[in-house]
Write a protein that binds this ligand. Structure first.
Ligand SMILES: [Zn+2]
Length: 475
């Protein structure tokens, strides 16, 4: 790793407390919208670093923003710190070993995500001060990326309205500019209400809400053949009516997660799923109510920013992983199948190389991988602010997302090196924007071009509130 530039040295100068911050957040895994301690850790770090702090951004108790600098363009660096249920795991151990406690774990690496973004913002703050230049840098601590769509609510509340450029990243197996492909999605709860009765003595008097949910699911499953091939629909029962089979179930509730390539396709699919729900209610003489829980937009790319970020990656080279890091990563690869590992290479559009446990390359910008079939709430930010994201190599190639292996690698020296590396990539991209008004103008023109025939219409209607209690069922 070449490490010559001032901004990169400023990142290095601060690395230790930010590695510690990441490790502390790893050790206090909190689910979506309950990240009280993790957010407090980030808030405290912002204060220590001399940022002007705004708490409870958009009325969300676990969202925080810190700003530094004066005048000039506003560069936002976005972080996250939510964990996942069912992914508790001892650090550094290459076999499943949950820790005592509620079973939560940082199986998506958001401990690193938040800390590296805050580190990048702090280094840019120091760079602005050292060079006495106009410009502001902000760190946004964004909660509930895992299904809570917090950034969508923050966008709706205007939290990014005076931001010129947004930069973020996600832990990954490879170092690359993130290909801006993700699915728009929404979660909708369908609650059916029927009438209870004795299932044997008076079945004709009962109207089963459970039947309605089952018929709805059958209808949606038949629709799958006739929807766009990259759309996805999943569902989970939130209430199956009860445990007594001799009662006609008077209530039932199902949560649908509907995903599509873009907002236009998503809206069309939502309309069809709602019709099927109405049809199921009609068939069973029950009533149905639909409530939107959350939603995110697909990601928009930004060519000028992607080029600027790639340039930083190319100048920096891959993270300085050593033989010990590779040996530890190989232990985790030994828990994976050959297919897990080869799929990871192919997804990035790279030829499969055996015996390479950690990333040792920078993926070129023109290499295109398989389109991502997940979703992220960064999507909503990308519709209102020119946005770019990095992938930072922090774990063994082939490690599945949301896995115990990912939790286990979250405190290894390789994870720390990857997080410092990607902080340099983000801080370097921010400095490029601060030094070059032409880059900021080009990024804005790119966004205007992408949205001119297709303006932003968020999935979240004004009446939808952040699902603050969404993690209760998992807790
Ligand atoms: Zn994630």
């Amino acid at each position: 790793m070449r490490n010559t530039e001032e901004i990169w040295r400023l990142v290095d100068a601060k690395r230790d407390p930010f590695q510690d911050l990441s490790d502390r957040v790893w050790g206090m895994p909190e689910l979506a919208y309950t990240e009280t301690r993790s957010c407090a850790e980030h808030t405290e770090m912002l204060r220590q670093q001399g940022f002007r702090v705004t708490e409870k951004v958009a009325g969300i108790p676990t969202a925080v923003m810190g700003e530094a600098g004066e005048g000039g363009p506003v560069i936002a660096i976005l972080g996250e710190y939510d964990a996942l249920p069912g992914l508790s795991q001892e650090a550094g151990v290459a076999e499943p070993k949950p820790l005592p406690g509620p079973g939560f774990g940082h199986g998506c690496g958001h401990n690193l995500l938040g800390s590296a973004s805050l580190l990048a913002a702090a280094a840019v703050k120091d760079w602005l001060a050292a060079n006495n230049l106009p410009g502001r840098v902000r760190y946004y601590g964004c909660p509930a990326e895992e299904g809570g769509a917090a950034k969508g609510f923050m966008v709706r509340d205007g939290a990014f309205k005076d931001v010129d450029i947004a930069i973020s990243w996600h832990p990954a197996a490879f170092c690359a500019v993130n290909e801006p492909v993700s699915l728009a999605n929404t979660r909708i709860d369908f609650s059916f209400t029927g009438r209870a009765s004795h299932a044997a003595a008076a079945p004709h008097l009962g109207r089963s809400a459970l039947d309605a949910v089952e018929l709805m699911n059958v209808g949606v499953n038949y629709m799958r053949e006739h929807m766009p091939s990259d759309a996805r629909i999943h569902y989970a029962y939130l209430d199956a009516g009860g445990v007594a089979p001799n009662v006609v179930q008077p209530t039932a509730k199902v949560r649908y997660l509907i995903r599509a390539r873009d907002l236009v396709e998503l809206r069309a699919l939502i309309t069809r799923v709602r019709k099927i729900a109405d049809g199921a209610a009609l068939m069973t003489e029950t009533k149905v109510e639909a409530k939107v829980v959350s939603g995110v937009s697909n990601l928009l790319g930004n060519t000028p920013l992607e080029r600027a970020m790639q340039n930083n990656l190319d100048r920096l080279g891959p993270p300085p992983f050593d033989d010990l890091d590779r040996a530890r990563a190989a232990e985790f690869q030994a828990t994976l199948s050959d297919e897990d590992i080869s799929t990871a290479w192919r997804k990035m559009g790279l030829p499969v190389r055996k015996g390479v446990p950690l990333c040792d390359v920078i993926v070129p910008l023109e290499v295109k991988g398989a389109p991502m079939v997940g979703s992220t709430d960064v999507g909503d930010v990308s519709w209102v602010v020119p946005t770019v994201q990095a992938r930072g190599a922090t774990y063994a190639i082939g490690t599945p997302g949301h896995s115990w292996q990912l939790t286990a690698q979250g405190k290894l020296p390789a994870a720390h090196k990857g997080m410092i590396h990607v902080a340099k990539v983000m801080a370097g991209t921010a400095v490029d924007c601060l030094l070059d008004p032409g880059l900021v103008a080009a990024a804005k023109a790119d966004l205007a071009e992408r949205t001119k025939d297709n303006p932003y219409e968020p999935v979240l209607s004004p009446d939808v509130q952040p699902p603050f209690d969404m993690s209760k069922t998992a807790a």
